[in-house]
Design a protein around this ligand. Structure first.
Ligand code: ZN
Length: 244
């Protein structure tokens, strides 16, 4: 683990219980002496995601004692009002497809901007300076609020508007899904891979029936396809570990 003295201020991880935010949580626990997690209830279709958040956090506490000492409370924020405004395939019964605007129907307009505004307000109250999120431009190029340029602008807006010096840290920004598996292995070895496979949840449809080599999920939605392909690539490369 990194020396926590060099990173005295703590981190707030935007934590959905998915593969990406599980890797981000490990990344933050490796760097910061104090780490808290935040999740958002914006009217998701499935309680599965909420259960995954609990299970992944408990898995960290059970399997990684040094990280358990650094892991602080979890916060769940109710932003259902936003979900109602931004209704899309994730929050209503609409098919997952490309829309006329060229964005997937799973895109919730401005979602990450809302998440980060709430996260910054919470971080301010909790005395945490780093906001860590799994935004990634490599695989989600259709999501404009996942781009680093958006994050840089958001960081500036938050710091001007709140008179603070938050940093928005996005460790997965330039990684492929295969490289995210390698990062997870570099941080927590095969124990973290196993925890991610068994407990993290990515599937848009909330499917938890069968444990595939790459984890649970329907296997057909865009999130499952991305996760399965990334895992298979990583396995074909010989399950490498990347230094964090
Ligand atoms: Zn799926």
């Amino acid at each position: 683990m990194s020396d926590p003295a060099s990173t005295a201020s703590g981190a707030l991880v935007l934590f959905s219980g998915g593969q990406d935010s599980t890797a981000c949580l490990a990344w933050a626990l490796d760097r910061y002496a104090r780490v808290e997690t935040v999740g958002f209830d914006y009217g998701q279709r499935h309680a599965v995601e909420l259960e995954a958040r609990r299970a992944v956090r408990e898995g960290f506490i059970a399997a990684f004692p040094a990280w358990a000492e650094r892991l602080g409370p979890d916060h769940m924020l109710d932003i259902r009002g936003f979900g109602a405004v931004a209704e899309s395939a994730l929050t209503a019964d609409r098919a997952i497809e490309m829309t006329a605007s060229g964005l997937p129907s799973t895109f919730v307009p401005g979602r990450n901007l809302v998440f980060l505004t709430y996260a910054a307000a919470l971080a301010d109250r909790r005395g945490l300076r780093a906001l860590v999120g799994g935004m990634c431009e490599t695989d989600y190029s259709g999501y404009p609020d996942c781009r680093r340029a958006t994050m840089d602008a958001m960081e500036q807006a938050l710091n001007l508007g709140m008179e603070r010096d938050f940093r928005i840290e996005t460790p997965l920004m330039r990684l492929t899904k295969a490289q995210t598996w390698a990062l997870a292995k570099g941080l927590g070895g095969e124990a973290l891979i196993d925890l991610t496979l068994r407990e993290s949840h990515t599937c848009y449809l909330g499917e938890r029936g069968e444990l595939h080599p790459w984890g649970y999920g329907c296997g057909a939605c865009p999130a499952c396809e991305l996760r399965a392909r990334g895992f298979e690539t990583w396995v074909a490369e010989g399950r490498p570990a990347a230094a964090p």
